[in-house]
Design a protein around this ligand. Structure first.
Ligand SMILES: Cc1cc2nc3c(=O)[nH]c(=O)nc-3n(C[C@H](O)[C@H](O)[C@H](O)COP(=O)(O)OP(=O)(O)OC[C@H]3O[C@@H](n4cnc5c(N)ncnc54)[C@H](O)[C@@H]3O)c2cc1C
Length: 383
């Protein structure tokens, strides 16, 4: 197995490393490295800088701002971004709705939305999940009824990440209540400033405001904002969810946090149990990194590889394990998450618990890890 980078790919890696560490403002990178919450402006600024250099949506068709890179180069781009603590391009735009519009949308929708989506001139939210329709997504109940040149939308979405910033939301809606579950769903683009759209915050255990409920009451949506064909939304959703899991194993970011944890540990590293915990996590991360590289190097047709479920599963487990290690290293200081910036307790100890609590989400979103295990059992192991 040859896993060394060719001289060309190594040069590409150096180019990415230089870009991310010199062009993206230090303050934004510090915010990520110190696990503080990014503002909307910081996320937009970072993505626009990348887009100016053709680095925001490399996996899109070249015509719409993509790069004709190998999977390996996309992987290197992603890893270097994480390693430099650069916020990734907004996933809802870059990995979710963008590729769906580029693949299934009309020419008019592409021209109208793709440049603005790449540049984050439009902030997209994802309106898939509903109460009782998360893992069992096809049970969704939000309806869209055709009325002349419009659809009238009614229902509720939940867990809408950063919906408070959303300009537009891409939604799965039921357009044929008589059809078999999956066959009566369509994919609709909705302007969140439309009358009848209400966004309500959900309070989180880490004290942050990251997710929301979104309500639709008689929201009128122009029919030309339907993506692809009526009642074929499930096919587009499956395509989108496959892409969502690609790049979801945050190897670079987890390695960065683990390396920082070694600094935080100081004298605690002399304790054999602590040292063994580091060694085990480093080995598992190395194995995951090599697996991710192997998957990237072996998938050539641009389609999500089924092994992306393995990466999601293992990647989120390791991310959570590292966040737990940081809490243990902080010890009683990890309880001081409410202390202000003038506290004598180091910042990393104060942020350890909120970060740990926040990362519980990683094994749920993007398809819960139990569901990933079922995908692995069926599509990889053939069980
Ligand atoms: C922080 C966060 C952000 C999110 N952001 C968004 C967003 O922006 N937009 C959006 O549309 N959605 C979003 N989601 C929703 C997310 O995709 C769903 O939470 C996820 O699909 C799980 O669905 P559920 O919460 O309804 O759990 P349920 O489906 O009710 O599952 C509960 C538990 O049962 C397990 N389970 C369910 N079915 C099975 C089965 N068949 N076999 C074995 N175990 C099973 C699950 O794995 C889980 O552990 C977000 C979720 C979180 C936590």
């Amino acid at each position: 197995m040859q896993l060394e980078l060719s001289p060309e790919d190594a040069a590409f890696r150096d180019e990415m490393r230089t870009f991310f560490t010199t062009e993206i403002p230090q303050e934004i990178r510090d915010t990520v490295a110190e696990r503080r919450e990014l503002t909307k402006e910081q996320i937009v600024e970072s993505q626009r800088l990348m887009n100016q250099h053709g680095l925001a949506v490399p996996h899109w068709p070249v015509e719409w701002g993509g790069q004709d890179w190998s999977q390996l180069r996309r992987h290197i781009w992603h890893e270097e971004m994480q390693r430099a603590a650069v916020p990734p391009p907004l996933a809802f735009n870059a990995s979710m709705v963008g590729p769906v519009i580029a693949t299934f949308g009309s020419q008019e929708l592409k021209e109208r939305f793709l440049p603005a989506t790449a540049n984050l001139d439009i902030w997209w939210s994802q309106g898939f999940s509903e109460p009782d329709a998360g893992s069992d997504l096809a049970s969704l109940r939000t309806t869209a009824v055709r009325d002349g040149d419009e659809f009238v939308v009614n229902g509720q979405k939940t867990w809408t990440t950063l919906g408070q910033y959303g300009d537009w939301i891409f939604c799965l809606v039921r357009t044929d209540p008589e059809a078999k579950k999956q066959r009566g769903i369509s994919f609709l683009l909705i302007d969140m400033t439309s009358p009848g759209v209400t966004v309500r915050p959900i309070e989180l255990i880490d004290g942050g405001h990251e997710v929301n409920e979104v309500w639709f009451e008689d929201v009128r949506v122009p029919a030309d904002q339907l993506v692809g064909e009526l009642n074929h939304g499930w096919d587009y959703a499956k395509f989108l969810l496959g892409n969502e899991r690609v790049g979801v194993a945050p190897v670079g970011a987890t390695k960065r946090v683990l390396a920082a944890a070694k600094q935080y540990a100081g004298e605690q590293l002399a304790d054999p149990l602590t040292a063994a915990r580091f060694a085990e996590l480093e080995n598992e991360l190395l194995a995951l990194e090599l697996t991710a590289l192997r998957v990237a190097a072996n998938s050539s047709d641009g389609k999500p590889h089924p092994a992306s479920s393995v990466l999601k599963l293992k990647g989120t487990e390791l991310q959570q394990a590292v966040s737990e290690l940081v809490v243990d290293l902080a010890g009683p200081d990890s309880l001081a998450s409410g202390a202000g910036e003038d506290s004598a307790i180091p910042w990393w100890s104060r942020r350890a618990t909120p970060a740990y609590l926040n990362l519980r989400k990683a094994s749920i979103y993007g398809g819960s890890n139990e569901i990933q295990r079922q995908i692995i059992a069926k599509t990889i192991l053939g069980l």
